[in-house]
Design a protein around this ligand. Structure first.
Ligand SMILES: [Zn+2]
Length: 177
């Protein structure tokens, strides 16, 4: 005797629900809520192409887990902290501060011309952390330096080394504020 799982009780159902099985009760109220595999098209913000398409328009999208408040960049269909699939898409602030940083003397060939590079993990105002280049010398930044995320297209040289599907993806760079 299992059967009903109570998923529909919020409706105060009058008993007319014939409960034909597999329907998923979404979160009402306009949140994106659960994502089905069919919804994961290239345009979806839950996919990397969708995330980068928004980034090219200077919008930083994240997913916020409505269960534990973890922010996921890029957005994923399930929370990697608690496993919940109740993820809401949000446009996030692009400012934050450097948590840790390093210098890369010999970067990948596409970025050779810019060496040495400063690479940092930045904690954004949303609490999410994002790794990226910093447009400053290693000696010019420190832990706690405020930065703002900017976006630029790839250079010709960078394009040569990019995988086909990455050629249209912009590069994010943190600028000290
Ligand atoms: Zn979570």
């Amino acid at each position: 005797m299992s059967g009903h799982d109570g998923a529909d009780k919020a409706d105060g159902a009058d008993g007319s629900d014939t409960g034909d099985g597999n329907r998923t009760t979404g979160t009402d109220g306009g949140s994106l809520g659960r994502v089905t595999p069919e919804e994961l098209t290239a345009e979806s913000p839950f996919t990397l192409p969708g995330f980068f398409a928004a980034l090219a328009e200077r919008r930083l999208l994240g997913g916020r887990c409505t269960e534990c408040d973890t922010v996921l960049i890029p957005p994923r269909p399930a929370c990697y902290a608690c496993g919940s699939r109740e993820i809401a898409i949000e446009e996030l602030s692009k400012t934050g501060e450097i948590v840790t940083y390093t210098e890369v003397a010999r970067p990948a060939p596409a970025f050779e011309a810019d060496a040495p590079l400063t690479i940092a993990i930045v904690e954004l105002d949303s609490g999410a952390r994002l790794t990226g280049r910093v447009a400053a010398d290693y000696d010019a930044v420190e832990i706690g330096t405020g930065v703002s995320l900017t976006v630029r297209d790839l250079t010709e040289k960078e394009r040569e080394f990019a995988l086909d599907h990455e050629e249209e993806w912009p590069l994010h760079v943190f600028e000290p504020t």
